[in-house]
Design a protein around this ligand. Structure first.
Ligand code: HEC
Ligand code: HEC
Length: 367
């Protein structure tokens, strides 16, 4: 408003008095930014309600329902390292509750310490995304959990059969699978492993003050957080990071204005979705990540190449929008992003008790 007023004044002919121009500006100032008036703030709220939406209470679908038996089984499986090739890798190793479902490493390590080529995103709110993984090469959380069993930098099992025999050798699980998947002949299989862990993940939602705000409580965000939100929408961050996840709804090229690695200092150049689809349009294309809990999940980007959130925000503005942000912009944007930190679900914070059984013993039993 202030900027367009000024340029409006500049277009006036010389004989028009500066005083008239100043009076118009003052008039505009009084009625646009009237101290104590709630109007501009409620405009931000209205605009935000068009772009984002509150998190659902869970991500159940008719294809992937949430039942208490599946969730409880999935929760145990999530924490159990004994289904991996070397007995050291559970989902929770790379998606640690105390680190908001991440591991703090640029690149995590799986079975036999094999380094993963990409950073571990959080599992919190992951189930609401339109696809999983940085390159969208997993359909949903169920598909993701199944394929992790045989991923060499993940659980590292040779095949599904050996993973399932490790699982069957742990006393107690067969019964829990039978309860979670009644009427099935052989319920201990990788499909049901995926469904059980998926059901658990579909419960892991972390609503924050931003959700209270979107539901109409304007005071849920501080003035500086609201300024950050306004900038997030004005600058154009929200053209990509939108919806209930503040991201997680589309693919975009990383490095629209300039090559991303010039800003991130990435050691190796990842071609993104191109390596999945071999379509030239997918060169350097990645899933737009959800920014829920982003302040709690450094390091940033698909390769964990940037350690701090302010730096990640500057990088985004530069390579996606061609903008250089000043310190105030960055501080406000970061304040807004911090308001996306939600409460950790108790079912993640509290580790479940797993059936007792040594890893060595399970290997012996399967021979
Ligand atoms: C060795 C570390 C490691 C282990 C073990 C692991 N993950 Fe991950 N997880 C990752 C990495 C790395 C990615 C990103 C991979 C990619 O995009 O290429 C990821 C991605 C995901 C995603 C997608 C998140 C998103 O925003 O796209 C989900 C969901 C997930 N993991 C759940 C699980 C579950 C469930 C298990 C156990 C069955 C598991 N992970 C085991 C490291 C791990
Ligand atoms: C044109 C689409 C687009 C725009 C505009 C955009 N982003 Fe992103 N953002 C992405 C993509 C794609 C990634 C993933 C990049 C990668 O591969 O690591 C990302 C990643 C991020 C990350 C890192 C998240 C993580 O978990 O590692 C942050 C933080 C972020 N964006 C914030 C912003 C902010 C703040 C703005 C506005 C200044 C913005 N983004 C504008 C598409 C966009």
């Amino acid at each position: 408003m202030a900027i367009s007023e000024r340029s409006h004044c500049r277009t006036k002919t010389v004989d028009q008095s500066i005083a008239t121009c100043a009076a118009v500006s003052l008039f505009a100032f009084l009625f646009t930014f009237h101290p104590g008036s709630a109007a501009p703030d409620s405009d931000i709220l209205k605009q935000a309600q068009q772009v984002f939406s509150p998190l659902p209470s869970n991500a159940a679908t008719s294809e992937f329902p949430i039942t208490p038996e599946r969730v409880e089984l999935g929760r145990k499986l999530f924490f159990d390292p004994r289904v991996s090739a070397d007995g050291t890798v559970s989902c929770a190793r790379c998606h640690q509750p105390a680190l908001y479902g991440t591991d703090g490493l640029a690149l995590p390590r799986g079975a036999h310490d094999k380094v993963n080529p990409r950073n571990a995103p959080t599992i919190l709110n992951a189930a609401i995304q339109f696809a999983e993984h940085w390159r969208g090469d997993r359909k949903n959380v169920e598909d993701q959990a199944i394929q992790a069993l045989i991923g060499s930098p993940s659980f590292g099992n040779a095949d599904y059969a050996s993973a399932m025999s490790k699982l069957k050798a742990i006393p107690g699980y067969s019964e829990m699978f039978a309860k979670a998947f009644p009427d099935e002949q052989d319920p201990v299989n990788q499909q049901n492993w995926g469904k059980a862990i998926g059901a658990y993940e579909r419960t892991l939602m972390t609503p924050s003050r931003f959700d209270d705000y979107l539901k109409g409580s304007q005071d849920a965000l501080s003035p500086v957080e609201q300024q950050g939100l306004r900038k997030f929408m004005e600058i154009g961050c929200s053209t990509c990071h939108s919806g209930p996840g503040v991201g997680g709804g589309m693919y975009q090229k990383f490095g629209i204005m300039e090559d991303y690695w010039k800003e991130t200092g990435s050691k190796s150049i990842d071609k993104g979705r191109f390596d999945v689809t071999h379509d030239a349009n997918d060169m350097y294309v990645f899933k737009v990540p959800s920014l829920r809990n982003v302040a709690m999940s450094p390091p940033y980007f698909h390769d964990g190449s940037v350690n701090s959130l302010p730096q990640a925000v500057r990088t985004m503005a530069k390579v996606q929008l061609g903008k250089t942000l000043d310190d105030d912009d960055v501080n406000e944007l970061v304040a807004f992003l911090q308001s996306l930190t939600g409460k950790l679900p108790d079912e993640l914070v509290n580790a479940p008790i797993l059936p007792a059984s040594a890893f060595e013993a399970t290997i012996t039993n399967t021979k």
